[in-house]
Design a protein around this ligand. Structure first.
Ligand code: IMP
Length: 435
């Protein structure tokens, strides 16, 4: 992905998350010197498999598994400090030294216990209108950020001032919980006691994400900006209100780490060879019954953060075209192709109709997206194991045909194809074909 002149690449999920960004980031991290996250928090679950060992990362960038790579959590990330320290300790217990090469933006906002309380409470009050959040406190933390009542990492440098902010935030949260008729309450003194005990460790990681990236880019560095969730979960461009609370798309990457957009050279969109979604909201190509169970089982489609079963569907070209437009995708990585190896027939969504007429623009309203009817092309299966393929020519003709249809429909060249969860199960076939 890094060409001679390119130094900074954004990696985004081009569907509803869980596209395999963790694996592709890990593969590309071998060519990178620094990997930064720019949004989201511990709602993410990025799985990386190295030499048969599985790592699930929620906050720390997926590049962490490559020992030489520096890792950054940008100002746009919301950070649960206890989850962060747990993740560091777990990695270090497994022999991956990370604390020395991790920088956490002093501008990033903290996710504190009252955010989790509010997230869970709000979801339970929504009843059937649930968003299906991960209950990690993400929405309430971003709400405090834009309401200008948040607590940032830099507040841990002055704990008496921090205590004032936490007390005010707890009073507001407790007022809300009481008004909803709930008994749970946040205890500011307990939160401060717990924060005080971890503050020295967090302060030791704190730095300036923008300055760190600029130094890297002005030197010989190569930087990956790793998106979390997917483009259809973007708070503006996704299927609102069934979205997360941040801009997941590539436009947010520069702002979320503190550099200018002119430094970004390319945007790699990650798409699964089919579609999945966790939580509520429209999913036009959704499968039901036996076919859904089969795809879920073959693809091990269970959430890495919550363990929830994911909702599977056929590949949806309308979704990926929307993503290509809003992200300015310059290349695609198609993941989990091997999951389709045993299907006799594969369907490929190429567009939608609404009320009998073809739909050109991607629907803005979730209620409209609920009503679209996908237009499918049918592809024959390839009936062969793709897990051993390492070059484009190793793939069966049927699989190449399927990928070429995806490429033509998306209008974006395929640069990588992932054919299994191991690090080496990757086809880097597209060099003459892709960006
Ligand atoms: P939240 O981000 O926890 O507020 O959840 C909002 C929506 O985004 C829910 O539908 C979640 O299931 C979904 N979501 C959040 N993070 C991820 C992720 O990393 N992968 C897939 N879906 C996610």
């Amino acid at each position: 992905m890094f060409q001679d002149s390119s130094r900074c690449i954004v990696i985004v999920g081009a569907q509803w998350g869980d596209e395999g960004k963790g694996k592709i980031t890990d593969v590309l991290a071998e060519q990178a010197t620094l990997v930064a996250r720019y949004q989201g928090g511990a709602n993410a679950g990025h799985t990386v498999l190295v030499d048969g060992e599985e790592f699930i990362l929620h906050l720390i960038p997926s590049g962490a598994i490559v020992p030489s790579v520096k890792c950054v959590l940008g100002n746009g990330v919301v950070i649960d400090p206890w989850t962060l320290l747990e993740e560091i300790d777990e990695l270090e217990a497994r022999g991956i030294e990370i604390a020395e090469r991790l920088i956490v933006s002093r501008r990033a906002h903290l996710v504190l216990p009252y955010h989790r309380l509010l997230d869970g409470a709000r979801e339970s009050l929504r009843g059937d209108a649930k968003i299906g959040t991960t209950k990690r406190g993400i929405g309430p933390a971003y709400r405090d950020k834009v309401s200008r009542t948040g607590v940032r990492v830099c507040e841990l440098e002055d704990l008496s001032n921090c205590a004032g902010l936490v007390r005010a935030a707890c009073a507001a949260a407790n007022g809300l919980l009481a008004s909803w008729g709930l008994e749970d309450r946040a205890d500011p003194e307990q939160i401060m006691a717990e924060l005080e005990s971890i503050a020295p460790r967090i302060r030791a990681l704190a730095g300036d994400s923008g300055a760190t990236l600029l130094e890297e880019l002005h030197g010989d560095g190569r930087v990956l900006l790793e998106g979390a969730q997917g483009s259809l979960l973007d708070v503006d461009h996704g299927t609102y209100p069934f979205v997360t609370s941040s801009n997941t798309t590539a436009g947010a990457a520069a702002a979320g780490v503190g550099i200018g957009p002119t430094l970004i050279d390319g945007v790699l969109g990650i798409v699964k060879a089919y579609t999945t979604r966790v939580g509520s909201g429209p999913l036009p190509t959704e499968l039901e019954g036996h076919e859904a169970d089969r795809l879920r089982k073959l693809g091990a489609e269970f959430g890495a953060t919550t363990g929830r079963p994911r909702r599977p569907g056929w590949y949806d070209g309308a979704v990926v075209r929307h993503s290509a437009a809003v992200n300015g995708l310059t290349a695609l990585a198609v993941t989990k192709l091997d999951v389709l190896d045993t299907f006799d027939e594969i369907r490929l969504g190429v567009g939608y109709t609404l009320d009998g007429a073809p739909l050109e623009a991607f629907p803005v309203r979730a209620s409209e997206l609920e009503r679209v009817v996908p237009v499918y092309e049918t592809a024959g299966g390839w009936g062969a194991d793709t897990g051993q393929a390492r070059a484009w020519g190793d793939l069966p003709a049927g699989a190449r045909d399927y990928l070429e249809r995806i490429e033509a429909n998306a209008g974006v060249p395929i640069r990588y194809v992932s054919v299994g969860s191991a690090r080496d199960q990757i086809v880097r076939a597209a060099i003459p074909r892709g960006a």
